[in-house]
Design a protein around this ligand. Structure first.
Ligand code: NAD
Length: 267
């Protein structure tokens, strides 16, 4: 299996995308730390995984929680080979109404938490034998193109990719790799919220799907498959990358035409 003998820590894995990542990593043979601010949900996921799983309640925006998270993970499994910085809060509000509190709230979880957890985990990775490891940052298609009202979120996600590249270069010779995954629209609670907020949920669902080249949203475990590959030694030549896992969303120039166009031949 891809992750035999590896210990992997996934933040925000008490639900949504993080849960999908934790499940695939566990299926691929890893021991998994399920870390989430919602301790009961982390427990639910860890219990359903069974052996080789540990639930830890933590707020990634809180430095003392990060120290405790690393210490408990190492205390239980002896080492950390992989970290997935997945915990994140979404945000949509017009730019002119965005407050400094809004900015701080998003940056604290989505960027600062990931930065300092990565620092603490990398220190552990450099101390252990054999040393080294793999970090995966969950960014977003927003690191390719934006939507209105998401300034702090986009700044955080671009920041994740940016600091990831910096660390990838700095620690490459010490066998630590850092990559980002930028998912498109996922089948998590945010997708339920988007549909519920629309005047006609069915039409909303059709609209979105018709604008994604693969014509569907992405399942959490599909991102889990990519994360497991990046955490594994099979991806040993890949570091500093930001991989779009978006069903082609960021590759099309404009929204899909509502009809199949006739071929345009060159005379
Ligand atoms: N859903 C999408 O379409 C989509 C697209 C691109 C990127 N993403 C990113 O994927 C990640 C997961 O998103 P999701 O859709 O699964 O969202 P979600 O809200 O379903 O899950 C987020 C998880 O993070 C946890 N969390 C929140 N704040 C935390 C904190 N301070 N400390 C620890 N845990 C915390 C939550 O309890 C929750 O379990 C996020 O970083 C998000 O930005 C999501």
């Amino acid at each position: 299996m891809l992750l035999d003998e590896k210990a992997v820590l996934v933040t925000g894995s008490g639900g949504g995308l993080g849960e999908g990542i934790a499940r695939v990593c566990h299926r691929e043979g890893a021991t998994v730390v399920v870390a989430d601010i919602r301790g009961n949900e982390a427990q639910r996921v860890a219990q359903s995984l069974g052996n080789r799983a540990l639930a830890i309640e933590c707020d990634v925006g809180h430095d003392a929680d990060l120290d405790r998270l690393v210490a408990m993970s190492v205390g239980k499994f002896g080492r950390i080979d992989g970290l997935v910085n997945n915990a994140g809060v979404n945000f949509v509000k017009p730019f002119l109404e965005t407050t400094s509190d809004d900015w701080d709230r998003v940056i604290r979880v989505d960027l600062r938490g990931a930065f300092f957890l990565t620092q603490k985990v990398c220190r552990q990775m450099l101390e252990q034998t054999p040393g080294g490891g793999s970090i995966v940052n969950i960014a977003s298609v927003h690191t390719h193109a934006a939507l209105p009202g998401s300034g702090p979120y986009d700044a955080a996600k671009w920041g994740l990719v940016g600091f990831g590249k910096s660390i990838a270069v700095e620690l490459a010779a010490q066998d630590i790799r850092v990559n980002a995954i930028s998912p498109g629209l996922l089948d998590t609670q945010i997708w339920q919220q988007i549909q519920a907020a629309a005047p006609d949920p069915a039409a909303c669902s059709e609209y979105w799907k018709s604008n994604i080249p693969i014509e569907r949203v992405i399942e959490p475990e599909e991102i889990g498959e990519l994360a497991a590959f990046l955490l594994s030694d099979r991806s040993r030549a890949i570091t500093g990358a930001n991989i779009m896992a978006d069903g082609g969303m960021t590759s099309q120039l404009i929204s899909k035409e509502p009809y199949r166009s006739k071929p345009i031949e060159v005379n």
